[in-house]
Design a protein. Structure first.
Ligand SMILES: C/C=C/C(=O)SCCNC(=O)CCNC(=O)[C@H](O)C(C)(C)COP(=O)(O)OP(=O)(O)OC[C@H]1O[C@@H](n2cnc3c(N)ncnc32)[C@H](O)[C@@H]1OP(=O)(O)O
Ligand SMILES: NC(=O)C1=CN([C@@H]2O[C@H](COP(=O)(O)OP(=O)(O)OC[C@H]3O[C@@H](n4cnc5c(N)ncnc54)[C@H](OP(=O)(O)O)[C@@H]3O)[C@@H](O)[C@H]2O)C=CC1
Length: 447
């Protein structure tokens, strides 16, 4: 049995769940990996010069054993997230440390501690097998997977699964990720594939859409409400393109920050009106590596007031980190919220705390999303309220180039990767719903 036979079953309209259950599984499959013996390959280079094309490999790997509560999924398409960029440049830590630590937790978890790491935290595909104890999903189900992996043996995670001490991001802190022909997930990562989208469109939103939902909309994040002024950094990027849609769909007022006229135009086409081109307006929040320039925070705040009719920011959607965090804290209104999920430009943030405490502002740390939040975010995609922001699609063997483009900020929205799918555009089951939303679905394509 080969991957080709699985693909034939997926492409046949007559295949039943029993047919999928009866398909023998292949012994091996193709997967995107990084190698443990290469973690020092970029030693001494600046972050910018670390090239994912050199560290990312396409390997034939053995199929992992299927455990209780798990599913093996035939991956039709996946997407590149920034966490795969971090893995491929071995920053801020090599992800092999996460795999070793996970491997020490149980006999079953030992499977993850390998000399190669199969990366990728998104997928759209078809369930091939489920392990003991899985009742909600069956072979043949068309699914997407969110990337929250939890054990839930401790009480800590039972109010909010993100608080499980054994919380991990699948395909980053666990092995057998989505940039592969077959992936291993826990069955409570599975969600229905939106039926009006192709495989690559369905795979694109998952990680960033769920993260933006928790960070901005959920009560666990900023709890955005109608009329809020929301400052969105990187508003046409992975996270930002979903935050902008959530702000618009929720009756808030996004103030979109981007770095080019082309990206400003994308935000305008989503429906945003208040847009700041940080490049054209030349903000320099840092005078040198160690000194910020509060005059530039004020110039930025003045520009925001021009765009809002004199109002300040209720919620900042933060992720660039060190470079922008001082400005983000400054421009937030009294009692407002800065919600952060990342530090792309550096994790040692500096801000003037007087503006935080004297104005009763709050900083909220946010990380991915629990199953319910991911489900709600996916439901909005399925209902055509929020749309994929897929710009370009790569073949599995070109994943290194895709990760390079994301690392160098050469992309728009999200970039997709075809895994088993032989071409783009397959997997659409509801053409009528698709037709209703086709312009929005294609908004980011080929720009
Ligand atoms: C969905 C997509 C998401 C993204 O894209 S996010 C962006 C990508 N992700 C990242 O960049 C994050 C990568 N992760 C990290 O950088 C690290 O992962 C952390 C900094 C988050 C944590 O570092 P670590 O080394 O893994 O853990 P420690 O907690 O610093 O060190 C563990 C040792 O420190 C002890 N310790 C922990 N808390 C305390 C405390 N409060 N008081 C005293 N000790 C403490 C522990 O016990 C243990 O010790 P012992 O090494 O001896 O076992
Ligand atoms: N904790 C979590 O759960 C998650 C964390 N992340 C993290 O969030 C970060 C962003 O991810 P994602 O949105 O997918 O990445 P993208 O690269 O797709 O988008 C980020 C955007 O941020 C803007 N940006 C980058 N650097 C700076 C800077 N120095 N100053 C201002 N703006 C900047 C750029 O937009 P422009 O040039 O137009 O301004 C860029 O397009 C990554 O570090 C990622 O690891 C992502 C998802 C989940």
């Amino acid at each position: 049995m080969t991957v080709k036979d699985i693909l034939a079953a997926i492409q046949s309209p007559d295949s039943t769940s029993e047919d999928f259950a009866a398909l023998p599984l292949p012994e091996s499959y193709r997967a995107i990996t990084v190698h443990k013996d290469e973690t020092e390959m970029f030693a001494g280079l600046a972050t910018r010069d670390k090239d994912p094309r050199k560290s990312i490999h396409l390997d034939e790997v053995p199929l992992p054993e299927l455990g209780p509560g798990e599913a093996l999924v035939a991956v039709m398409a996946s997407s590149v997230n920034y966490n795969s960029v971090w893995t491929s440049i071995f920053e801020p830590l090599s992800t092999f440390g996460f795999l070793e630590r996970y491997g020490r937790t149980s006999e079953l978890a030992k499977r993850h501690d390998l000399p190669y790491h199969i990366i990728g935290s998104d997928l759209a595909g078809v369930v091939l097998r489920t392990g003991p104890g899985v009742n909600a999903w069956h072979p043949g189900d068309e699914v997407v997977a969110h990337c929250l992996s939890v054990e839930l043996e401790s009480s800590d995670g039972h109010n909010d699964t993100m608080l499980d001490p054994e919380q991990r991001i699948w395909g980053f802190e666990t092995n057998f990720g989505g940039l592969a022909e077959i992936a291993l997930v826990k069955s409570n990562q599975l969600m229905p594939k939106p039926d009006h989208l192709s495989w690559e469109e369905a795979a694109a939103p998952g990680l960033v859409n769920s993260t933006a939902y928790r960070q901005l909309v959920s009560r666990n994040g900023a709890g955005m409400k109608q009329g809020d002024n929301v400052l969105i950094w990187g508003a046409s990027g992975g996270l930002g393109s979903y935050a902008t849609q959530f702000a618009l769909a929720g009756g808030a007022n996004p103030i979109c920050v981007v770095s080019s006229p082309q990206k400003a135009e994308i935000c305008r086409s989503m429906g945003a009106e208040a847009i700041i081109d940080r490049n054209a307006e030349g903000y320099k929040f840092w005078k040198d590596e160690n000194t910020q320039d509060p005059k530039e925070w004020k110039r930025f705040g003045k520009r925001i007031r021009e765009l809002t009719g004199g109002e300040d920011i209720d919620i900042v959607f933060e992720h660039p980190g060190r470079e922008t965090f001082g400005a983000s804290v400054f421009v937030t209104r009294k009692g407002g919220t800065i919600t952060t999920c990342a530090s792309t430009s550096g994790y040692m943030h500096e801000y003037d705390n007087r503006y935080l405490w004297m104005s009763l502002k709050r900083i909220i740390g946010s990380h991915f999303a629990n199953y319910r939040e991911a489900w709600e975010a996916n439901r909005l995609i399925a209902k055509g309220k929020i749309h994929p922001t897929l710009s370009k699609v790569y073949s599995l063997q070109d994943t290194g180039q895709a990760a390079y483009d994301v690392h160098r900020n050469l992309h728009q929205g999200k970039v997709g990767v075809l895994c088993m799918a032989p071409e783009e555009g397959l997997g659409v089951r509801d053409e009528a719903k698709r037709a209703q939303h086709i312009d929005a679905i294609n908004r980011f394509r080929n720009i």
